[in-house]
Design a protein around this ligand. Structure first.
Ligand SMILES: CC(C)(COP(=O)(O)OP(=O)(O)OC[C@H]1O[C@@H](n2cnc3c(N)ncnc32)[C@H](O)[C@@H]1OP(=O)(O)O)[C@@H](O)C(=O)NCCC(=O)NCCS
Length: 203
């Protein structure tokens, strides 16, 4: 498990629920000896700490960082796990990309496609035919209606919604609770109902 923070511990619980008996974190920013972490943490760079033939998951919330590390692991030919919690509902006709994590109560419907290194967080819904690029995070309780397209490394915030057929660019940030009713260009942050650019708020 790469990344020993709160998100990493949630992902570790999912790995345990799926039957992984031994879970070890790698986090070079973590102190070597730690008493308040449930699982052992190796405080080293990924390159030094990776064990051969061991399933690995990048469990870092920040989308670009997660995606960059995943691609680095792929280049190293590491064994990368894709974790789908048993309490998630995933259509047999949906595709979940390598290294993605699908959390409890998430629903992913027919024809949806999640890229690599995505997070479908707790109780989110990704409806029919959505096309979700690599490194996207759909936060807890966020809802994507049918046929939504989301670009690489975008973050759909907690409790937000995107109406059907919308296209969101890459590196978009949808604020918590926003309702997206228009297409969004690369790199914008939007908030509110209906969602509008944060820049218009004087940010
Ligand atoms: C949009 C967001 C990224 C902005 O963060 P930020 O740039 O640090 O913004 P700030 O907290 O400084 O707030 C700036 C202003 O926007 C407002 N604001 C922040 N988030 C907002 C939101 N979701 N909806 C409406 N207004 C919001 C603040 O109240 C503040 O308003 P003010 O200038 O009138 O005081 C952040 O608030 C957010 O929504 N993050 C999503 C969190 C999430 O989904 N977490 C899930 C983890 S699994």
């Amino acid at each position: 498990m790469i990344g020993a923070g709160g998100h990493g511990r949630v992902v570790a619980d999912i790995a345990a629920a799926l039957g992984y008996a031994e879970i070890v974190f790698i986090d070079r920013r973590w102190p070597e000896q730690t008493s308040n972490h449930i699982w052992p943490v190796i405080s080293q760079d990924v390159a030094q700490a990776l064990a051969p033939e061991t399933d690995t998951v990048v469990a870092i919330g920040q989308c670009r960082t997660r995606l960059a590390l995943l691609r680095d692991l792929q280049a190293r030919r590491a064994s990368i796990a894709t974790l789908i919690h048993p309490a998630a509902v995933v259509s047999p006709h949906a595709i979940i990309g390598l290294g993605s994590v699908v959390m409890p109560e998430a629903v992913i419907n027919v024809g949806a496609r999640l890229g690599a290194g995505c997070i479908a967080n707790t109780a989110c819904s990704i409806d029919h035919d959505c096309q979700i690029a690599d490194g996207v995070h759909v936060s807890p309780g966020a809802h994507l209606a049918g046929g939504v397209t989301v670009g690489e490394a975008s973050w759909v915030g907690i409790g937000s919604a995107v109406i059907e057929g919308m296209t969101l660019g890459r590196d978009v940030m949808v604020a918590a609770g926003a309702v997206v009713t228009t297409a969004l260009a690369d790199g914008v942050t939007v908030y509110g109902v209906p969602a509008r650019p944060m820049a218009e708020k004087g940010q």
